[in-house]
Every structure is written in C-alpha cells, then in structure tokens.
Design a protein around this ligand. Structure first.
Ligand code: AMP
Length: 121
C-alpha cells in the first residue's frame, strides 16, 4: 500500500493539526488518542512515513526501529503505567482485518485501569 501523505497523523507530524503531545524526539511523536478507549490511551508514531508495521520493518533503518520501540516503552514509563505501576497493553492494527483506520504506523498504549479481554468485538 502506498503511503498517503494526507493521512491525519502525517498532518499532525507537519503541525497542520494539533495534538496533545506526550513525548517527542528525532524519531517518534507520542500524543493522546482523541477518542480514548481506556483511562489512559496514548499513541506512538514514527516520524518516518510508514503505512504499518510490515512497511516499517521492511523499509525503516534499524536505528529507526530500535528508537521506535525504545520510545514506546519510554512513553509507558512517562505515563506511569509500567509493570510495577499496574501495567498496560500496547497494540498495533494492520490493514482492514486488523481494523487499522489511520494508514500511518501507530502503536496504542492502553492503561490506567484493567484493559480487559485481549480481543473483543
Ligand atoms: P487505528 O484504528 O489503530 O488506526 O487507530 C486510529 C486511532 O487514531 C483511533 O484510536 C482514533 O481515535 C485516533 N485518532 C484519529 N484522529 C486522531 C487525532 N486527530 N488525534 C489523536 N488521535 C486520533
């Protein structure tokens, strides 16, 4: 799938629409989900243009991949949902069957309360 430069997260990265920022470095941006599904619901996205996890793993530099997953854990720690603080769930949706709505790779972080079943309808 070709990357759509007009997807909503690309617009956030370009500063064209606002976000409630949690963390940013040279490789990632993290912000709160606009429609939270749990008490804490954050998103972490790479700054590079990748449609989904498969695109990222195939085409990103190892440094980008390393920095992304390091930042994912860092954001969970910033949000105080680490294992010793109760724990959290992270997930990424890929494509139609995965329920992906925004075609720019993002990992969700859910926490602040029991997240519930792993998969629900
Ligand atoms: P997914 O279904 O995995 O693609 O998730 C997309 C997520 O992006 C949903 O949880 C939306 O609530 C969230 N979202 C959409 N637009 C925005 C926005 N402008 N700011 C923050 N989160 C957004």
């Amino acid at each position: 799938m070709k990357y759509d430069i007009n997807n909503i997260f690309a617009k956030i990265l370009r500063g064209e629409i606002p976000c409630k920022k949690i963390y940013e470095n040279d490789y990632v941006l993290s912000f709160y989900d606009i429609n939270p599904q749990k008490k804490i619901h954050a998103l972490v996205i790479p700054k590079g243009s990748y449609v989904d996890l498969d695109d990222f793993i195939k085409n990103a530099k190892e440094k980008e991949i390393f920095e992304f997953f390091k930042a994912l854990s860092h954001v969970a720690n910033l949000l105080k949902v680490s294992n010793i603080e109760g724990g959290y769930r992270t997930l990424t949706n890929v494509g139609q069957n995965g329920g992906q709505e925004v075609p720019h790779l993002h990992f969700h972080i859910f926490g602040g309360e029991k997240v519930g079943k792993m998969v629900s309808n």
